[in-house]
Structures are given as structure tokens and as C-alpha cells.
Design a protein around this ligand. Sequence first.
Ligand code: NAD
Length: 409
Amino acid sequence: MGLPLAMRAVEVGYHVLGIDLDSTRAESLAAGISYVEDVSSEELQRALKSGRFQPTTEYAQAEGFDIAVITVPTPLRDTLPDLSFIEASASSIAPMLTKGATVVLESTTYPGTTEEVLVPLLEEGSGLIGGRDFHVGYSPERIDPGNKVWGFVETPKIVSGIDSTSLTKIKAFYDKLVRKTVPVRSPKEAELAKLLENTFRHVNIALVNELAIFANQLGVNVWDSIDAAATKPFGFMKFTPGPGVGGHCLPVDPSYLSWQVRRTLGQTFRFVELANDVNDHMPDYVVQRSIEVLNDQSKSLRGSRVLLAGVSYKKNTGDNREAPAARIIELLTGYGARVVATDPHVPEAQWPKGIERVSLSPDEVAASDLVILVTDHDAFDYPMLAKNAKTVLDTRNRVKKSSETVYTL
Ligand SMILES: NC(=O)c1ccc[n+]([C@@H]2O[C@H](COP(=O)([O-])OP(=O)(O)OC[C@H]3O[C@@H](n4cnc5c(N)ncnc54)[C@H](O)[C@@H]3O)[C@@H](O)[C@H]2O)c1
């Protein structure tokens, strides 16, 4: 999240210090090699050439900064929110804080983090008072990796501050970077807005996933029903079933919200828990369907060669963090299947361990007892797949059903 923001800030004229404690990443950036799909190496090299972008691992170089934006990870540790990266970053920024500077948190987190965690750490390490001496706020990141229509500049940005001066400063900063800013009354509302956006998607995906399972048992084509429902011009938003959710957002963010509700109110956020349960079990359902479709061909999973097409969590990206493919592979292997996989986007360093990487060629497809389409990358040749495969389990409804050997979820 930090890199696209940094590139845009350089583009509009800011001098940007890009701090990452991971020295491999900082070195790669300094060498003009981007590891972020939405930022090309050419764009990065332009920023470096301008002399206004400097990658580093050293917070000390931030001495006298005007604006600091925190975009560190907010994962779960043992199913609980892990704010240690925000805390570490805040403690490193604090000694560099001077009067009049501004700090913005962008990492996704539960309501209250900016005021209850970030501000005290900044005050403690700087001896200054938030609001009086320096400005603080929260502005959630909304980048959708791979989205060619809604990029960083085009997507409206929610902004907030711990007081009106902080809000004014933060809004002015982002007004230079994006087309539209959306001020909200305090950081808590901004933090909750981000969790609402992701929980909304998580819950709706769970709804169509569960529907897909029941529709299959009822002999109804759920994809046709969803497409038909989506013709309603109001009051309906289209979500499609799949093999499970992945990435850094959906499997993680809603749990920040349910954790806070449980911790603060002692209540269960039932929608989130239910959505987690349904989405977490989709890989099990994919494998159950694999057993069924092979059974239809008088075959068993044990001993079958299964080709997974796509191991990233999202089409046209190489991000396979928390991707359902990992669990599908684990389950298939457990049943004794011989699993191979193909994905043009996932780099070697992130490739699932012990799984042979093959190309999606007619020979590889024909040599497999079952091809499971897990991620519907545009780069795949779907007519070739349908023509050559013995059996296909299409979890995305992308291989048009041209024969009796193509099955959907
Ligand atoms: N990836 C997305 O699509 C997306 C979308 C919206 C919001 N977010 C949120 O943005 C935040 C960052 O996500 P990301 O995908 O960019 O994560 P990432 O892991 O790709 O990048 C975070 C970087 O922070 C570095 N880092 C860790 N601790 C540090 C520290 N103390 N100081 C400096 N650098 C440090 C890491 O080395 C890493 O390179 C998360 O809260 C995430 O939920 C992500």
C-alpha cells in the first residue's frame, strides 16, 4: 500500500522517504525493481530519477519530516489483531516528530487504534502533545490490486483527524493526491468505515458461497440465477461464488471487528463469525466436489493427477497470501492425489512448496485426470482447457460448459 502512495506523492511534487525495515525490499526499490504489481519498474525508476524518492531502512533519515504515512501490516496472530507493526512504526517515528508535523495511519484496524494506540506512542516518544503540537489522523487505504478502472487517484479517499486542524491538514495532503476526499467526523468512523467495506464483501461472498452449495444439491444453476438477479437495476449487488477468500483483507479484517465487539461488549458478531465459517470451508467443498466429479468418471481422487489452474487468491494478480489454493492442495494431497499447478502470475519465491509447476498446455491438461480452475486469470486459454481436459471443476464459472466433463461448484 505504501509504494503506490509514495509514487503518487512524488508525482505531485513531494520529496518522499520510503522506509521499509525489510532490507531486500528497500534495496530492490533503490535498484528500480518494483515488487508491487500495480507499480511498474519504469514508474519507480522515473520517481528515483526525479531525485524526490529515496528508499531506506532507516527511520533516522526522516528527521524533520512534514507528513508521515503509516502503511505497515495489520495481520492476525493466533486469530487476534496484531498491532505490533503499528506500535513499532509509531515508536520509530516519535523521536523524529517536530511541532507542526502530521502523522496519518492507513493500515486497516479496529476503531480506536489511532486515538488509543498511535497517539499515546507518538506523545510518549516525542514529549509533544497530539492535536496541540502535532497533527494525527486516519485515512484507510482502498487500493484494489489489479483494478484498471479504480486506481489510487480515481478512488475517493476517506480522511479524518483527531481534531479540526488535523483534519484540515490531512484533507489538504490527500486533496493533492486523489480526485476526491471524504472527510468524516473522527478517526473511529474512518476506521469502522474500512472494516464495514470489507465485512460487507466478506458476508456477501459467504452468502453466495452457501447458496452455491445448496443450489448444486437442488439441481439449480446458481450462476444463471445470480446473473438474472443482477439485471435488477436497484437494491441488488452482484457477488459470485468461489473456492474461498484470500489476500490480506477479507480473511483478516472482519476479525478485527468481531474481536473488538467481543472484547469491548462481550458479544458475538454473528454475521462475521458465520461468514468466516462458510468462507473458510469452501476449500473443503471444492475437494468434496472433486471427489464427486471424479466419481462420475468412475475414478477416485487417490492416485489421480490433479492440475490446479491458478494458485493466487485473485484473478490477474500473483498474490497468494491466505489463498484458498493452499488448503485445497493440502486436502487433495491428503486424499492421495498427485497435485501439479499452473499460475502465470505467482512468482517462484511464493510458489507452494513441493508442488510441481507446469504450464497450461494441451499436453499437461490432457495428462491430468482433473483440472480445477481455482483462479480465473485472463491469461488462461479456456477453450483449450475445455477441449483437452478429461474433467474440469470450474470454481469460477469461466470455462463455458461445452461438454459433460465441465462441472461447476
Ligand atoms: N494489499 C491490499 O490490497 C490492501 C488494501 C487495503 C488496505 N490494506 C492494508 O494496508 C496495510 C498494509 O498492507 P500491505 O498489503 O501493503 O502489506 P505488505 O506486507 O505488502 O507491506 C507492508 C510493508 O511494511 C514493512 N514493515 C513492517 N514493519 C515495519 C516498520 N515497523 N517500519 C517500516 N516498515 C515496516 C514490511 O516489511 C512490508 O514491506 C495493512 O493494514 C492492510 O490490511 C491492504
